[in-house]
Ligand binder design. Structure first.
Ligand code: KIV
Ligand code: ZN
Length: 516
């Protein structure tokens, strides 16, 4: 086992599918998780934390399915310090070529007294028991000291030593509540390296939350102090203010090699695609001025900047848009483009679709090219993503007619529900409300609308609208997407997509999920 000081290689541990998904409203279905996992693998993520298998049957299934299809990344399942949790995680990751169990327990006085209601000695005992149990089942065990950054240093040293003695090869010190500041957080890593006798047998790991906006800074400080694994999420997705953003930490390391000579296995040109995928699936939009992946991250509007850029791009650009996979909007093709060219474009955009899916996407591309003069890469991405989300649907859109304006608004809607066509007319407060009322009339549910979001895929008034709708029912949330040049059609598609996901969730209905 390599030690944390053997090399300057930093292990990238992505927890978008576990800590990221714990973000209220960010729940994803199996298919979406598989797509994200494959994208992370393609990107070169070392460890994918795929879920918390004891939390629900759905979580178990997604970790298990991801473990079956991902071969290059290690698949990790989270477990509390309990035999039942660990056994379930072991079963879930079993099919993976490379598997890891990540077990945790809180070590701060506050968490031990009020949350766990355990004495420090009991916590120490639980660490040895849980890590040993996990280590008996798999070779790769990570142990986390939940709320580690607010733990007593002497006690933390004892816990870390016990975890390593019991067989943990990665030791993670989370800043669970995002309270730490860089110098202070880094000093914990230095302290552990100086005081824990067996520390050279494990890799130290950072896991930072962003409550004070310091998650990336804290992670980088910890790396400087000897951590060689960083836990992060795409777009910084995560509970409350989120987690350390993968794209920010990776691009910081890559861009500032002069002061941080550490390497990762990430192929950074996949960053933009991964960011868009996670944002589309969760409905969590990326703010325009977000570092690395925001729409304005590489935009130079001011005259002085543009002039400098034209003379030498390095005047205002510390990394190139191409390095994160951002390409200039390219005119793809028009309505005369053939199937072969379309297929090549899909491959260039990173889609590996089967014959039927290509055929379907090509037909939709032709329809779009009839309506829209210029078809861009972004249009193709929206179009393909839109068709991928619409398989095996019980409810389908057949026809929609909407009237709106200064007088009354209304919608005439025909849906196919379980193979049977049903129509109705509805009136509401504006066209969106009218159309959504019509859906509810044809397919009544108790679901409440939590989010309705419209995004223009490209510029121009003929741009496709990409709509996200979030529905909630019995504490479960789902996100639906729809894209079309007609905003109302996109809206109805998004609502119906969410509805179909809700129906699947109902079928798989499980007890309330546990979260870490
Ligand atoms: O933030 C945290 O402490 C966690 C642990 C479960 C690793 O997510
Ligand atoms: Zn966390």
């Amino acid at each position: 086992m390599s030690t944390q000081m053997d090399s300057n290689r930093v292990v990238i541990f992505d927890t978008t599918l576990r800590d990221g998904e714990q973000s209220p409203g960010a729940s994803m279905n199996l298919d979406e998780k598989l797509r994200i996992a494959l994208t992370l693998e393609e990107m070169g993520v070392d460890v994918i934390e795929a879920g918390f298998p004891i939390a629900s049957d759905g979580d178990f299934e997604s970790v298990n399915e991801i473990a079956k299809i991902v071969t290059n990344s290690t698949i990790c399942g989270l477990a509390r310090a309990a035999v039942g949790d660990i056994a379930r995680a072991v079963d879930a990751v079993a099919p993976a070529e490379r598997k890891r169990i990540h077990t945790f327990i809180a070590t701060s006085p506050l968490h031990m007294e009020f949350k766990l209601q355990m004495k420090p000695e009991q916590v120490l005992e639980a660490i040895t028991k849980s890590v040993s149990f996990a280590r008996d089942k798999v070779d790769d065990v990570e142990w986390s000291a939940e709320d580690g950054s607010r733990s007593d240093h002497d006690f933390l040293c004892k816990c870390v030593e016990a975890a390593i003695n019991a067989g943990a090869s990665t030791i993670n010190i989370p800043d669970t509540v995002g309270y730490g500041i860089p110098t202070e957080y880094a000093s914990i890593f230095e302290m552990l390296r100086n005081r824990v006798p067996n520390i050279d047998k494990a890799i130290l790991s950072t896991h930072c939350h962003n409550d004070l906006g310091l998650a990336v800074s804290n992670s980088l400080a910890a790396i400087g102090a000897g951590a060689r694994q960083v836990e992060c999420t795409i777009n910084g997705l995560g509970e409350r203010a989120g987690n350390c953003a993968l794209e920010e930490v990776v691009m910081s390391l890559q861009t500032r090699q002069d002061v941080m000579p550490y390497t990762t296995g990430i192929e950074t040109k996949h960053i933009t695609k991964a960011s868009r995928l996670v944002s589309t699936i969760t409905g969590f939009t990326v703010q325009p001025n977000k570092a690395i992946v925001g729409a304005n991250a590489f935009a130079h509007e001011s005259g002085i900047h543009q002039d400098g850029m034209l003379k030498n791009a390095q005047t205002y650009e510390i990394m190139t848009p191409e390095s994160v996979g951002l390409k200039k909007s390219t005119l793809v093709m028009g309505k005369h483009s053939g199937r072969h060219a379309f297929n090549e474009k899909l491959k260039e955009l990173g889609y590996g679709l089967g014959d039927n899916a290509v055929q379907d996407a090509f037909k939709r591309f032709k329809d779009l090219a009839d309506k829209k003069k210029d078809v861009f890469d972004e249009d193709i991405i929206a179009l393909v993503d839109d068709s991928v989300v619409r398989t095996n649907d019980r409810v389908r859109l057949v026809e929609l007619e909407v009237s709106c304006g200064t007088k009354e608004s209304g919608a005439n809607l025909t849906l196919e529900i379980d193979g049977e066509e049903k129509s109705c007319e509805s009136h509401g407060d504006g066209p969106v409300d009218s159309a959504f009322q019509a859906i509810k009339t044809l397919f009544p549910t108790e679901a409440t609308l939590q989010l309705y979001q419209v995004h223009a895929v490209t510029g121009g008034t003929d741009a496709q609208a990409e709509v996200t709708v979030r529905l909630a029912e019995d504490g479960k949330t789902v996100n639906g997407q729809g894209a079309d040049t007609d905003t109302m059609v996109a809206s109805v598609k998004a609502y119906i997509n969410a509805l179909n996901k809700l129906l699947v969730k109902r079928e798989k209905s499980a007890p309330a999920a546990i979260s870490a």
